[in-house]
Structure formats: structure tokens, C-alpha cells
Design a protein around this ligand. Structure first.
Ligand SMILES: C[S@@+](CC[C@H](N)C(=O)[O-])C[C@H]1O[C@@H](n2cnc3c(N)ncnc32)[C@H](O)[C@@H]1O
Length: 282
């Protein structure tokens, strides 16, 4: 019998939650629908798919190219695979493709470009400049797996019947109903001014946005929607979620992407829930 391999994230994403996944899974409640409004690479979503816990879901993010990639995989994987499989791991090809304007491309070509650049760029990091143009240099991988056909097919299958939208996180308020579960993984509040990690898009995610997100959480809480949020252990985050009976747990995570290698190491991060979690040590 061939081994059935479940879907994995198809992009490496800055701030991706692969290594915190077990901590997050252990805190996931029973739920009706799953909503993830900062989906990025979707580490928790795919872990929940593998655990057989997703019946209906809504995934969104403000990054248009990212959402187009999800949509192209969901709706056009049979066109996407042949397109991506002819892309070569060569410096000239990389810079020619990087220079193209995704707005002038079809959704399938835009998705192929996004996956290709993600698999071959330095550190697999998604970063844009002030003009919103992807600006990460060529990476020196020996033979990166650019077109992981089997995984793309499994991801396409997992995304059938999933609602996917390019939207800011506030849109989740209109979508979520009682007994739904929302997982928020926003860009982290920096621990210090110099720690200010890259922009996912121009404009970044400032303190005002963190405060608006907390207000969204309040609205969901008042409607008996369950939510879980991960963020840095910055003072602002502790202040914003200190109340309402929210639970704030501290977890340790390896910082995966930091431009200064000396600053990689175990960091305390916060997981906030509006429902109680039994302590693992009790
Ligand atoms: C920390 S990453 C999410 C990582 C994801 N959990 C994973 O496992 O890969 C944060 C995401 O928030 C998105 N984002 C930034 N501002 C946003 C906004 N206002 N509304 C929705 N998404 C936003 C970014 O595009 C990025 O994908």
C-alpha cells in the first residue's frame, strides 16, 4: 500500500509557526469552523488538516501575492505544476523573474513566481521594499525542491471548499460565529526598536494595529467565539490582553529568521486564549 503523506505548508514564511505547532495544537479547543486571518504559510492550519480537525475554514491575509498563490493551488493546480516545473535554479533566471511585475501576470504565473522565489531566495524569506517589490537576493542552495508536485496536489485537495480571501484581519469579525475558533498570528510587536523585523508589506504592523486587533478579540469574545493569539512577550501585548479572564501562557521558541545571527536563540513568546487551558504540569 502506498504511504499517504498529508499536506505540509508549501512556503517557508517569516514568523511561520512550524516549531510552535505542538504548543498551539495542545491549546486548540473543539470548534465548528476554523478561521485564520494572518494565514502566512499556514503552519497551524495544515497541522489541523493532518489531525483531521478541519471541516470548514476561512483563511485570509493582507498579502495579495500570497493569497493568489493559495487560490491558484486550490483552483488551478493542474496548470500551476507544469508552469513551476520548468523554472530553473539559476541566478539569471531568478533575477529576471524577480524583476517582473506580478500585477502583469496571470494568477497561475504569479503563484509560480511566488513559490519559485520562496524556494530559491536567500533564507526563504519574504520581504518587500517600500514600493511593495520583493527584494530578497538569490540564495545559494544546491538543489532546492522547487516544484514539490505531490505536496502541491495534497495542498490543493486540502483547500477544496475552503474560503480564501485577501483581507485585513478586521474582516474576521463579520465572518465568525459562536463556537467558531479563530487563530491570530499577527506580525509580532518588536521587543525593542532595533529588533524591528522586516515588513511583510509596506506600512508594517504598528502599535495602533495591535490595539485594533485586541478590540477585534473583545468583539469575538463577547460573541462566544473562541480565539487564540500568538505574539511576542512585549509589554504592550501583556497590557492589552491582561483582563477579561484571558489566559496568557509563556512558551519558548527559537527565533528562526533574524538578520543578526548572534540574536538567534530561545525567546519567550506569548499565547493568549479566551478559554481556559489546563496546565501540562498539573
Ligand atoms: C507572523 S505571519 C503569520 C505566519 C503564519 N502563522 C505561519 O505559520 O506561516 C503574519 C502575517 O500577517 C500578514 N498581515 C500583516 N498585516 C496584516 C493585516 N493588517 N491583516 C491581515 N494580515 C496581515 C502578513 O502578510 C503575514 O503573512
Amino acid at each position: 500500500m502506498p504511504k499517504i503523506v498529508p499536506p505540509r505548508p508549501f512556503l517557508k514564511w517569516a514568523g511561520g509557526k512550524t516549531q510552535l505547532c505542538n504548543e498551539l495544537l495542545n491549546r486548540t479547543p473543539d470548534f465548528g469552523r476554523y478561521l485564520e486571518p494572518f494565514v502566512g504559510g499556514g503552519a497551524l492550519f495544515f497541522a489541523l488538516v493532518r489531525a483531521g480537525k478541519i471541516k470548514r475554514a476561512y483563511l485570509s491575509d493582507l498579502n495579495t501575492e500570497l493569497i493568489d498563490t493559495y487560490l491558484a493551488i486550490r483552483d488551478s493546480v493542474d496548470e500551476l505544476i507544469p508552469e513551476l516545473s520548468i523554472y530553473e535554479h539559476k541566478k539569471d533566471f531568478f533575477y529576471d523573474l524577480r524583476a517582473l511585475d506580478p500585477d502583469d501576470m496571470t494568477q497561475v504565473k504569479r503563484a509560480a513566481r511566488m513559490i519559485y522565489l520562496n524556494k530559491t531566495c536567500y533564507n526563504g524569506l519574504y520581504r518587500v521594499n517600500q514600493q511593495g517589490k520583493f527584494n530578497v537576493p538569490f540564495g545559494s542552495y544546491k538543489s532546492p525542491l522547487i516544484c514539490d508536485r505531490e505536496n502541491l496536489l495534497r495542498v490543493a485537495e486540502a483547500l477544496q471548499n475552503i474560503e480564501i480571501e485577501c483581507a485585513s484581519f478586521e474582516a474576521v469579525v463579520k465572518k465568525a460565529r459562536k463556537n467558531d475558533f479563530v487563530y491570530f498570528d499577527p506580525p509580532y510587536e518588536p521587543l525593542s526598536k532595533t529588533a524591528n523585523f522586516t515588513s511583510y508589506q509596506p506600512g508594517g504592523f504598528n502599535q495602533e494595529a495591535q490595539t485594533q486587533l485586541q478590540q477585534v478579540c473583545e468583539k469575538l469574545h463577547s460573541r462566544q467565539v473562541k480565539f487564540m493569539l500568538s505574539n511576542s512577550a512585549a509589554g504592550l501585548i501583556r497590557e492589552l490582553y491582561n483582563g477579561n479572564g484571558y489566559q496568557i501562557d509563556e512558551v519558548k521558541a527559537n527565533r528562526a529568521i533574524n538578520s543578526n545571527p548572534k540574536r538567534r536563540g530561545k525567546l519567550t513568546e506569548l499565547i493568549v486564549t479566551n478559554y481556559p487551558i489546563a496546565s501540562k504540569n498539573s
